[in-house]
Write a protein that binds this ligand. Sequence first.
Ligand SMILES: Nc1ncnc2c1ncn2[C@@H]1O[C@H](COP(=O)(O)OP(=O)(O)OP(=O)(O)O)[C@@H](O)[C@H]1O
Ligand SMILES: O=P(O)(O)O[C@H]1[C@H](O)[C@H](O)[C@H](OP(=O)(O)O)[C@@H](OP(=O)(O)O)[C@@H]1O
Ligand SMILES: [Mg+2]
Ligand SMILES: [Mg+2]
Length: 329
Amino acid sequence: MRLNGEIYDGEDGVEEEQKHVVGYALTLKKKNSFLKPKFERLARNKGILFVAIDLNRPLSDQGPFDIILHKLLGKEWCEIIQDYRQTHPEVTVLDPPDAIQHLRNRQSMLQDVVDLNLSDFCGKVGVPRQMVIKKDPLSIPDEVTKAGLKLPLVAKPLVVDGSSKSHELFLAYDQFSLSELEPPLVLQEFVNHGGVLFKIYVVGDAIKVVRRFSLPNVSKSKLAKVAGVFPLTRVSSAAASDDDADLDPGVTELPPQPLLERLAKELHHRLGLRLFNIDMIREHGTRDIFYVIDINYFPGYGKMPDYENIFTDFLLSLVQSKYRKRPAN
Ligand SMILES: Nc1ncnc2c1ncn2[C@@H]1O[C@H](COP(=O)(O)OP(=O)(O)OP(=O)(O)O)[C@@H](O)[C@H]1O
Ligand SMILES: O=P(O)(O)O[C@H]1[C@H](O)[C@H](O)[C@H](OP(=O)(O)O)[C@@H](OP(=O)(O)O)[C@@H]1O
Ligand SMILES: [Mg+2]
Ligand SMILES: [Mg+2]
């Protein structure tokens, strides 16, 4: 057992099954949604113990850990975990803080998708046209016209910091009303997609895609009639899938598997992250034109079907590959 940094021999001298220790630093909300009893039990049966990191004590005094899982805000935590990675290269830290930081900004998070070319994989994946408004809300109407963005627009807080405010989005039917909103913002073209969204969960090399309800199409006649900015309900964060709904199969058909696999693999490498999900929509009326609209670090895995097994296998694969790399004494 590696709990106290040493191998423990049972009473009869036979070495006990090795335990792998996963330290976690998560908000209480995240801990509750992720570390559910069924998952902890399954992991324990496979030799994985989850141990809460005490934020009031030096990290180096804790453990030893095989793996660290973390999703916390603040510069101080970033520095702690960055230092720890330098001084404890034997510990797998999921994931590097600078790579996570890349997803905390709605402009930089989509940059790697812009650079991809997946046209050989049964579809096209892009990002909606978007612009950043840094400061002056009064300049928005002019800037939108100059950039040639098409209405309606989704206004999203530029920074995603886990707060509920960073998930407060608005749909704008005209550019003038956008001046009511508080920058810094990303203004993103709304893409009609038939009200269904695909969430692609990535856990290392494993991927799982689910359908979620999303926002309905905005017709040209509605756009001509309506003005103003309207808060968006978080319709697609509900775990319920649309499997039972009577929807157009052209809308609900999952994106082609080769495309999903390639997209996940590319982003995994380009972002340098192993734990994230991708929100993707299909442009309404097309079969194979997709847009990535959001990427989340360490998302709500508790809502991913079979996450207990997928996550346990992933953690085991990490420790096993580490032991394989270690030179024999
Ligand atoms: N460009 C767009 N076109 C059409 N619908 C969009 C667009 N952007 C966002 N949406 C809708 O708004 C929802 C929320 O947007 P987004 O995923 O960017 O916000 P979020 O707060 O980061 O969500 P999450 O809870 O997934 O982190 C999406 O799930 C989708 O239903
Ligand atoms: O539907 P998903 O899994 O994408 O929704 C996530 C959301 O995108 C964020 O990742 C939330 O995490 P925080 O950023 O820590 O708020 C998740 O919250 P959780 O408490 O359920 O893990 C959402 O589920
Ligand atoms: Mg989203
Ligand atoms: Mg998000």
